[in-house]
Design a protein around this ligand. Structure first.
Ligand code: AVJ
Length: 323
């Protein structure tokens, strides 16, 4: 195989993102690259872990409050658009869809995701259970799809941003994303955002440092992926999974800390990187919010908080923001 063939086989955007991260003063790797086939599987396992309270808690909230959450949109008496950012496998959205479908409420469902595979599977599974569902998957980034607004015009919109996915954006990026959301919505439209709430720091830390080590493997899988897809040679065994939670900022950050001096060669970049012993690579932020933080975000971006739908322990909130 000649050199040009070898290089064209690599994902250029992926390679460039890794280059940016590893040449930054504090090295980082973007968490969106966790989700290859192996990463998807590990995340499914994480969602079922006893320490990872987020998924089951939000599931219970949606089950308990589906009617109240959807009522303002059902009450409008006309068809509406249900637009979901980062739909994934639809495990939680299914509850809302079922509520509407069983009552024959007219609506269009637009699941948005970066992964075409995920969308195909979601569509197939939902059509099996809800044969008459009008479902139009949209593949793309949040920014691109929120700019294009490829959904039926002149209808009320209810956007969903579940699963604490919003927490994966550092504050400046999150505020920026809110502007795209604002642009995509009309007055009286709503967005339901899943916020993991500030709580006992030990509970939060344990959720990102489970006893079985699944989250550790999830974090380390990023290095395996780079080794595989970008022809790199990270010595994965010489990195330590290290999550930290700051109860003040609400940021739970995960790092991979190098246990030795190492030189990593990345074939796709034709470049070597020095990593010294004890040097951290920042891989993910999962932000936690207080109800006041949510209120503040709403005010700053011109939304009214209609209600914070929470579990009994106050671990998680699906907050309805109205434009
Ligand atoms: C899918 C982004 C919500 O941040 O809690 C789980 C990903 N990372 N364990 C989260 C994740 C480590 C998860 N989100």
């Amino acid at each position: 195989m000649n050199q040009s063939n070898t290089t064209t086989a690599f994902d250029k955007v992926f390679a460039q993102d890794i280059l940016n991260g590893l040449t930054s003063p504090v090295k980082y790797l973007p968490s969106k690259y966790f989700y290859d086939e192996k990463g998807d599987k590990l995340f499914q396992q994480i969602m079922a872990l006893p320490e990872y309270y987020l998924t089951r808690t939000e599931f219970l909230i949606l089950e308990k409050y589906a009617g109240q959450i959807l009522q303002p949109f059902i009450n409008k008496g006309e068809k509406f658009n249900l637009i979901e950012l980062g739909a994934g496998n639809g495990y939680k959205t299914r509850i809302l869809i079922k509520y509407l479908y069983d009552r024959q409420v007219p609506f269009n469902y637009y699941p948005i995701d970066i992964s075409g595979n995920v969308l195909d599977e979601l569509k197939e599974a939902f059509l099996l259970e809800f044969p008459n569902l009008t479902i139009y998957p949209i593949k793309g980034t949040y920014r691109a799809t929120l700019t294009d607004c490829n959904w039926e015009k002149n209808l009320p919109n209810l956007m969903l941003f579940l699963g604490s996915n919003f927490g994966n954006f550092v504050e400046s990026d999150a505020l920026d994303l809110m502007d795209y959301i604002t642009h995509a919505l009309n007055p009286q439209d709503g967005i339901l955002i899943g916020f993991d709430l500030k709580k006992d720091p030990q509970l939060i830390l344990d959720a990102y440092n489970d006893s079985k080590g699944v989250t550790r493997d999830f974090n380390l899988n990023l290095l395996h992926r780079i080794n595989k897809e970008l022809d790199a040679d990270f010595d994965v065994a010489q990195f330590k999974h290290w999550p930290v939670y700051n109860p003040d900022s609400g940021e739970c950050k995960s790092y991979l800390v190098s246990l030795k001096d190492q030189t990593v060669n990345i074939g796709a970049l034709n470049k070597k990187f020095q990593i010294v012993r004890a040097e951290p690579i920042f891989t993910e932020v999962s932000r936690k919010f207080s109800l006041q933080d949510i209120q503040q975000l709403g005010i700053e971006k011109g939304f009214k908080i209609l209600e914070d739908f929470m579990d009994d322990e106050g671990f998680f909130s699906d907050s309805m923001l109205i434009k």
